[in-house]
Write a protein that binds this ligand. Structure first.
Ligand code: UGA
Length: 436
């Protein structure tokens, strides 16, 4: 099929490359000419495992191309809207200016029968408004939210848990759902659930999924606070809870909390939309989820300050990690970098290292010290803080090796990802989050 993908950020670039790998003829469109040039030359503008291979294959096959001309969307059977919906400046609501601009530019190129499939995360009610705007073209709007995780984006796009497609309950809507089923035919044939809903439900599924995940993380981080006050161990607690299949162990990783370009801004946008709908109280708990999450960053900083005897001024601190999570170079609302910035603000001599995110971090926070090599960051450190659980730190760094490099054997494990017994046995003062 012929597809256009409008917006080539994390979501759109991966979607375009993945759809081409399924055999579709895809044009990816973005207003950012630098991003287009990078993608067109086969180089991913951000770190995402497997994306470069998919880009190379797609470009070589001739089934994938990138452009900044919206006119090139003309003739596609499906136009996927994959532009960003960041937090609005000065508020909590989603900023829909890129969605609106994309529709404005696309409108003149739509033909009767075209399907416009929204993938961006939007406040409920947005799709109905967009459907009304394209009505005159006799194209049909459906909402097809995306649940991919950064670092697993290719995997999640090609083998998702489920497809959700929201459409109007009329003949055009039914036909459009059929078109989407055809786009995803291989995964659907392999048994991936394909749920058809109305537009509002499809929009809500995405917001609710991210709200649930954020709540689960903040729940275990709230338990970490109780564990700290009572002498319990939140990691053992999470293991024990996780064996209950009704609860499950995933997203019960206590630590410095969630960040990134999605969960934080999505729970805020969700709450802001609920307020607009007059149902703010229904999701009032999301405010608590947000504050618990942010409190864990304070806690990590406090652990470092306490471990260093109450003062970090002039002390050298190795910060392992800058990305908001491993397998990503994304530093948007990264708890890891936030901890580094706060320690720097207290006068510490902070040296940050990360396998993928140093360039992004250095551009955003030039006041921090950086080391490309992990061992260079560790050298002569008075304390070590692990804030992103990359394998290089979690699995490959032995306490003996680190111990030979540092000045002080103090480690704060902001992700509860180390074997505390092994580090203690090697003479380290180990501090976890919510752990004994
Ligand atoms: C999240 C969702 O997981 C995706 O399903 C969704 O499609 C995506 O947002 C989006 O809306 O685009 P992502 O932001 O890539 O994906 O990151 P996650 O893997 O969910 O992690 C989010 C944050 O939570 C990270 O900072 C991670 O370190 C933290 N986290 C995760 C924890 O602190 N504890 C956990 O147990 C799990």
């Amino acid at each position: 099929m012929r597809l256009s993908v409008i917006g080539c950020g994390y979501l759109g670039a991966v979607h375009a490359a993945a759809m081409a790998s399924l055999g579709h003829d895809v044009v990816g469109i973005d207003v950012d000419q630098q991003k287009v040039a990078s993608l067109a030359s086969g180089s991913a503008p951000f770190f995402e495992p497997r994306l470069s291979e998919l880009l190379a294959e797609g470009l070589a096959s001739g089934r994938l191309r990138f452009t900044s001309r919206m006119a090139d969307a003309a003739g596609a059977d499906v136009h996927f809207l994959a532009v960003g919906t960041p937090q609005a400046p000065g508020g909590h609501a989603a900023d829909l200016r890129y969605v609106d601009a994309a529709i404005d530019l696309l409108l003149p190129h739509l033909r009767a029968g075209d399907v416009v499939a929204g993938k961006s995360t939007v406040p409920v009610g947005t799709a109905a408004g967009l459907a009304a705007r394209i009505e005159g073209t006799r194209a049909t709007l459906v909402w097809n939210p995306e649940f991919l995780r950064e670092g697993w984006a290719v995997h999640d796009t090609l083998t998702p848990d489920r497809f959700v497609v929201g459409a109007e309950a009329d003949a055009a809507g039914e036909r459009a759902v059929g078109v989407l089923r055809e786009v995803y035919t291989s995964a659907v044939a392999a048994g991936t659930p394909f749920l058809v809903t109305d537009l509002a439900t499809a929009e809500l599924v995405k917001g609710a999924a991210n709200a649930f995940l954020a709540t689960k993380i903040s729940f275990i981080n709230a338990m970490a606070e109780i564990a700290e006050a009572s002498g319990a161990d939140v990691a053992l607690l999470a293991d024990a809870l996780g064996h209950d299949t009704r609860i499950g162990r995933r997203y019960l990783g206590a630590g410095i909390g969630f960040g990134g370009g999605c969960l934080p801004k999505d729970i805020r946008a969700f709450a802001a939309r609920a307020e607009e709908l007059g149902r703010g109280e229904a999701v009032g708990f999301l405010r608590e989820v947000d504050t618990i999450n942010l409190r864990r960053r304070d806690r990590a900083v406090q652990l470092v300050v306490d471990a260093l005897g109450g003062l970090v001024f002039g002390r050298r601190i190795a910060v392992l990690g800058a990305a908001f999570k491993p397998f990503s170079d994304d530093i948007r609302d990264s708890p890891a970098l936030d901890v580094a910035v706060r320690l720097r603000g207290l006068g510490a001599d902070v040296v940050v290292t990360d396998p993928a995110a140093i360039d992004n971090a250095a551009a955003a926070h030039p006041q921090l010290g950086y080391a490309r090599e992990r061992d260079e960051a560790l050298r002569e450190a008075d304390a070590v803080v692990i804030v992103t659980e990359w394998d290089e730190y979690r699995r490959d760094l032995s306490p003996e090796h680190a111990g030979a490099l540092v000045r002080g054997r103090i480690i704060v494990d902001g992700r509860n990802c180390l074997d505390s017994a092994a580090w203690r046995a090697a003479g380290w003062q180990y501090h976890g989050m919510g752990r004994r």
